[in-house]
Ligand binder design. Structure first.
Ligand code: PMV
Length: 318
């Protein structure tokens, strides 16, 4: 066992979303979903053995915090593996818990670091499985490029590497506040109360097939259509939940309008939005600078982050 093991992972954004889980054990999404892994936004996680005491210690962005989800996840891991008490230090170079998928990169980096630190012997599929149990979307951040999370295994698989279609993503940050209702609670609420939940389940397989075909043939128009529809269907579920789940700011809506205008002007760009107010504009390299410049002008946009497609979770230092 090493003294300290460090891993890095990137968030991913779903182009075909999941929103709602199965009733079974294992934190399984109710529907097939598909994502791209981002570069530039990075979680770095360091694992060390705890020198004194038996309680794990968790530091997030330089501050010691208590995290029940993480404690529960470590307890489950210890039912299967010999993992000593650890000190975990995790830091994000982007806003945390604000709709930029920090839990996805967080659990992907963590299982990758613990796997090496404690010699667990997990391959990519197994790491994806463990990451998923922390946060379902984290399963996808184990891989780079275009990634699918589908039945029956629910271990993410790479559909295509980044080089297959080097799309770019412009992130428009419209608020840095942490979200008030987390994804798991939000999904439970939508499943329980939204009148559209069953229609959402019925449409997911077709959305997944259309998006994976668009990726394999690099058909931007087809991908744009299905990805925006999947995003807006998910936000319709959120909005029709009781009480409503409204993650957008006025600037989020203005960014979506701006992206539609850019598309009308001939740019290859579409938007997607997760459980938060940030807008991710997916575009081709030719349109990237026009998209960044236009979104930067939208009132209420605080910051623009340009990303490419990134790598999967990996060890960077031992
Ligand atoms: O699995 P979680 O808790 O990270 O939830 C992810 C939810 C969305 O980002 C909104 C959708 C998705 O498929 O990533």
């Amino acid at each position: 066992m090493q003294n300290t093991t460090k891993a890095q992972a990137h968030p991913n954004i779903a182009l075909v979303k999941y929103w709602g889980k199965q009733d079974k054990q294992g934190n399984l999404p109710a529907t097939p979903n598909l994502s791209i892994t981002l570069s530039n936004l990075t979680t770095t996680t360091e694992v060390q053995n705890k020198q004194n005491g038996t309680a794990d210690e968790f530091h997030l962005n330089g501050e010691q915090v208590e995290d029940d989800k993480l404690h529960g996840w470590l307890q489950t891991l210890r039912k299967h593996f010999d993992v000593p008490a650890v000190v975990i230090k995790s830091a994000n170079n982007f806003p945390t818990s604000a709709g930029l998928a920090s839990s996805a990169s967080g659990f992907a980096a963590l299982i990758t670091a613990i796997n090496t630190h404690c010699d667990l012997g997990l391959n990519e599929e197994m790491r994806s499985n463990w990451a998923r149990q922390g946060s379902a979307s984290a399963a996808r951040s184990i891989h780079g490029g275009f990634v699918a999370l589908v039945p029956p295994q629910w271990e993410a698989m790479r559909l295509a590497p980044s080089a297959h279609w080097p799309l770019e993503v412009v992130v428009a940050v419209t608020s840095r506040a942490a979200k008030s209702v987390n994804s798991t609670q939000g999904m439970q609420r939508s499943k329980r109360t939204s009148p559209f939940y069953n229609a959402w389940l019925r449409g997911a397989a077709d959305d997944y097939s259309a998006a994976s075909e668009a990726i394999s043939t690099r058909n931007f128009t087809q991908l744009a259509e299905v990805a925006e529809l999947s995003c807006l269907k998910m936000h319709s579920l959120m909005l029709t939940s009781i009480p409503t789940l409204s993650y957008w700011t006025p600037a989020s809506v203005a960014c979506m309008d701006c992206i539609r205008t850019l598309r009308d002007q001939g740019h290859q760009v579409f938007f997607t939005v997760d459980a938060g107010p940030q807008i991710k504009a997916v575009c081709t390299a030719e349109s990237r600078s026009a998209v960044s410049a236009a979104l930067a002008q939208v009132p209420g946009v605080l910051e623009i982050i340009d990303c490419g497609l990134g790598e999967g979770a990996r060890i960077i230092d031992q």
